[in-house]
Design a protein. Sequence first.
Length: 480
Amino acid sequence: MAYKDLREFIRLLEKRGLLRRITAEVDPVLEIAEINDRVVKKGGPALLFENPKGSKIPCAVNLFGSYERMKLALEVESLDGVGIRILEFLEPEIPTNLIEKLKALPKLKRLADFLPKYVNSGPCKEVVIKDKPFLDIFPILKTWPEDGGKFITLPMVFTKDPETGIRNCGMYRMHVYDERTTGMHWHMHKDGARHYRKAEKLGKRLEVAVAIGSDPAVMYSSTAPLPEGVDEMLFAGFLKSSSVELVKCETVDLEVPANSEIVLEGYCEPFERRTEGPFGDHTGYYSLRDEFSVFHITCITHRRDAIYPATIVGKPPMEDCYIAKATERIFLPLVQKQLPEIVDINLPIEGVFHNIAIVSIDKRYPGHARRVMYALWGMGQMSFTKMIVVVDKEVDIQNSSEVIWKIGNNVDPKRDVVIVEGPLDVLEHASNIPAYGGKMGIDATKKWKSEGFMRDWPNEIVMSEEIKQLVDKRWKEYGF
Ligand SMILES: Cc1cc2nc3c(=O)[nH]c(=O)nc-3n(C[C@H](O)[C@H](O)[C@H](O)COP(=O)(O)O)c2cc1C
Ligand SMILES: [Mn+2]
């Protein structure tokens, strides 16, 4: 059964001993972040700060910060299974006869069941503030000493394409400038920024609604790398096998999840920019100050006893790593659909997801590893990857020790390193200019004669089965 809302998920975590309540008064400025850091790094529980200093609203952090909680959030036994379910849906077998047609029907009906539903009201409307929609009622965190201020870190930002009206929901952090103005940190590559650029072209303001805290499927979906134009709310409905209920905003022509804890309504004016950051980011570095759009708040609605959820990013591993690892697993089958030679992908946590990708392939022809690199550099948000390492299918790429051993042994740097240029993640700080620079591919597969390798490739050392069995049998005799 899908979670009704965020608090139902919180209750479940508590019942399972995966959430700790903290009643002591704790400062949202840095203190919560330091407590969270110690807890995450030890694989500890989610935390509910019941008495954040200066606010009557409790603050929940680290809700998704383990594989176990991530699986509970999406109500699955295995994250890989989610990807396989998506594939089954995308590929409804074309019914060829009546019986097949009948078999396909429930599948199609189920898809309709996942479409968002529009409802007249919901818990997020319990309190509506139009006269003084001030952010200072919430326990918004400052997470690192050099941060430019407080940041809303789990916002689900809703916009509509000004031309087509197609909805988007993306998670983009928000720098709080004053009680009714924030930054809007949508990177240039993201759908929200695209909507804003279109609005600018039309000389119009872009209406924006920000939901904070909803059921976990909705929260996860706002981070998922879906193709442009695919409705995150339909995806969330699919994930939880029931429709997301959306309710109209008070002051803007947008809809938000009715079960949201908090909703901020407002707009971004065309061509208005303000300095955003610095912000201690998930790369483990501060992202530098930069110019971003400005969000003006016209109305705040919230549940009477709202809970304010936040995440704290920083040096990995942090909570976002588990969200990103879920994405790695969930989207692998879709990547494999396009590139069936891919056996597995590992985006190592230390590679902060856009820096390093390790890929194992079933190599079938000369240059195959290069083809996979180029394909990934052209695929959705994978295209921001700075370094790609390709190994043969038998390598366990989830074991970085094995991967390093392969790179060291199998690579002739002059021959096997591919250097190209292309778009990079906006958080990339080593490139000369923002969001564009060098990329490296390392082909660590076994080299073939057809690739110009004319020597003999040595065999890997493995003991024969016969001797292994003999030693197994005689093990005790040796006196161990
Ligand atoms: C905790 C968290 C914070 C994020 N912050 C940002 C951000 O500030 N800016 C941004 O462009 N993407 C951010 N992302 C990544 C986007 O949410 C992600 O790329 C998403 O797919 C964007 O959706 P879109 O393609 O609909 O724009 C964040 C992700 C997570 C999990
Ligand atoms: Mn999108």
